[in-house]
Design a binder for this molecule. Sequence first.
Ligand code: URA
Length: 445
Amino acid sequence: MNPYELIKKKRDGRELSKGEISFLIGGSLNSRIPDYQMAAFLMAIYFSGMSKRESVDLTMAMVESGEIVDLSKIKGFKLDKHSTGGVGDKTTLVLAPLVAASGGVVAKMTGRELGHTGGTVDKLESIPGMKLELPKEKFIEVANRVGVSLITQTNRLAPADKQIYALRNATATVDSIPLIAGSIMSKKLAAGTDGIVLDVKTGAGAFTQKYEDAVELAKTMLHIGEGAGKKMIALITGMEQPLGNAIGNAVEVKEAIDTLAGSGPRDLVKLVLELGSNMLMISKIASSRSAARKMIEANITEKKGLKKLGELIKAQGGNPEVIENSDLLPQPKVKIEVKSEASGFIEKINALNVGTASKILGAGQKKPDEFIDLSVGIVLKKKVGDRVEKGEPLAVFYSDGDKQKINSAKVKFLNAYAIGDLQCDLPKLFYARVFGNKVEKFSPL
Ligand code: URA
């Protein structure tokens, strides 16, 4: 086979065979095919797309490039949840303990930050002593004993994705539906769980900003996952503004703890209830969404999810006292109020800009291997629909005190806010539930 001919075939909108796709993915991994040809192939996919069959073959070629985890020693139906990424998305930290407290088994391999979106691993590493790089035996033991275990995705999982993602990142080919679907699903299939609930984001802070693209991405991922024998469901949810109020690492852990203790922000709580209900449904722990929802609500009220988080932290080497005393989390040198320059109603908050401002403060990497300061970040005081007066704080920056970073983060942050005279509706949080080939317009319970 000749890479040039295959690139041309895709460029011209023709379908590639399974063998041709495997040849390209395998060849890229063992450097038989140079990066410049892979980059051209990715751009050809970006413009020509892929059929559902090609998406499956692309995903399976990436799954087969590495280890496939055997979770058969974990008892019960193993659950995973995946978000396509957003700003302030600490859902896993709240959801996983709540689902475990409701009788589910969550065995989740999770990642670090990607693009403008934060990573669950980075957030959890702000808990003193917490280990995310555990041997597989320990992962299995914790999942069996506690009902939930969260570990770092190893480099042995779908290594072809890692390599191809780096090329996509450098060649403006990240936001392609077949490439995103293949990238996410290759890691999910290799991670070996039985059921996966997908949270596919749409809106200004999402990889798929348009609703139609989010639905297409969800359908493609479901097709791939169900074809591989997984129970799956996807929710299309809004990422028009950051989720909750905290953006960063330790600040997001604190918000997750507060949410499990019953005082979480409205949007985060609603999202957790919906995702959790669907997880309990696909694992057949609950027979209806409303029964599932009641179980999760009770586990918030009775603080059983919070207790479960404490057990998880302890089992993975961390200090469970953080759930009672959040001062044990990394603390910033300074906290600075960022004041509004106008009076009015918050009309929009561009999640992407807020994510970037948080990165400028040091909460994320601007280039690979850069140090992440777990103590810094942003806590929003005003969200869409709120009234603000000139001089009132819009947010508090948690910072290391570096004036240059503070000033440039402030410019980015203030640009994220649109303030007007009229109070607008709250941005939509739920759009649709996708299962099989069905798209059901959403009506949260
Ligand atoms: N998350 C992934 O893992 N891959 C993508 O391509 C986008 C989001």
